[in-house]
Design a protein around this ligand. Sequence first.
Ligand SMILES: Cc1cc2nc3c(=O)[nH]c(=O)nc-3n(C[C@H](O)[C@H](O)[C@H](O)COP(=O)(O)OP(=O)(O)OC[C@H]3O[C@@H](n4cnc5c(N)ncnc54)[C@H](O)[C@@H]3O)c2cc1C
Length: 405
Amino acid sequence: MQTSHVIVAGAGIAGLGAALASVRSGLRVTVLEKAESLSEVGAGLQLGPNAVRVLDDWGLLPQLESVAAEPQRLRIMDARSGRTLAGMDLGQAMRERYGWPNLTVRRADLQAVLLEAVRGQSQVELALGQALSRVEQTPEAVAVHTSDGRMRRADALFGCDGLWSAVRSHVRADGAPRATGHIAWRALLPRSALPAGVAPDQTSVWVAPRLHAVAYPVARGEWLNAVLFTHAGDLHGASQGEEAGLAAAQDWDLDAQRQALQQAVSAAHPALRALVDAAPLWRRWVLHDRPALLDPRGYAQGRVALLGDAAHPMRPHMAQGAAMALEDAQALAGLAARDGAEGLPAALAVYADRRWRRNARVQLRAQFNGMVMQASGPLRWGRDLAMSLRGEKLLDMPWLYGFRG
Ligand SMILES: Cc1cc2nc3c(=O)[nH]c(=O)nc-3n(C[C@H](O)[C@H](O)[C@H](O)COP(=O)(O)OP(=O)(O)OC[C@H]3O[C@@H](n4cnc5c(N)ncnc54)[C@H](O)[C@@H]3O)c2cc1C
């Protein structure tokens, strides 16, 4: 059987994961990435045991552990009083429960681990500065056009080109992603700069009406990654017109406004306020998502499949977007290598069928979590009561972390 050739559009976590998994399954891969160089801005990612299991399958656990941190506990706090609402052991407890650890990394470190693994494979060509602009397909092949006027043929195309995917319009013409109305503020702080009251070795979550924050160690515990979520409409000093522009912006690395953030946390517990003051730089990211696809049709068409944010961009309140991208990559690569080039359309259809329910479940749950974390009134009261009565049972999610896809 001849080796099938796959084009992967995008070299983010989904694209690098898909390239690595595909070549490990015996496919030949060309990765087209529109950026001239792969430089990730500083931010963190939580990797649940389900994501770490995939990276371990690809032989990357030692490399990952050498750059990651492993928070020992998850603690949910009221952002105003600082009172602990619920907690759960992570660290060894997660390893024992799920077989793999819960790790936290700088995104750039994960991308570097994946990139090194991809570069070590002779059957992968990585073409930077190549933006996919158009796709055509026949029953036998796909033709991928790039903005420099080149055209490449392959047996299949894996669209891993993120939230603003160009490949998606070929598979499912459903317009642009929607702004959720939230802003994520992201910062990295050296451990030495952490204020009192912010624990360096745990995952801390603060919840309040219309505001919540998450912080966890990265880079072997040398840095803390912090994210605060506010409502775009609550930003002080911005006119409605500016807000509309902000909500439409595709660039998440907008010029941060520390004062607006300080205003947003002015009623918060001193530890959270001190965290905002201590960070050297806050970057602002306008959140977008898409409604969950509730059937497999939007995932694949013929020889073209979508993975990661191109397929299911989600709110970050489950910390699982990258994890789902890695699971997609593993599932698709295994299927795509099974029946040769002729079998690819059928394999892609099976991939769509295998992945849509899980991705939709995580997407919907992420949306729900965001609402619950920022709840006010009776919902907030009910949340706090449920946390105090059922704490760990609510925070642990065997269906998510124990997945063996
Ligand atoms: C605030 C925040 C916190 C998060 N925290 C977590 C977390 O803790 N854990 C977790 O698992 N997930 C988390 N996520 C989600 C996670 O970041 C994303 O789901 C994940 O990075 C998606 O990866 P991707 O490869 O699909 O897309 P991207 O990372 O967006 O990569 C897409 C790539 O495609 C390239 N590209 C785009 N268009 C083209 C084109 N036309 N041609 C060629 N290349 C193209 C881009 O340059 C880019 O390199 C978080 C997200 C946010 C916003």
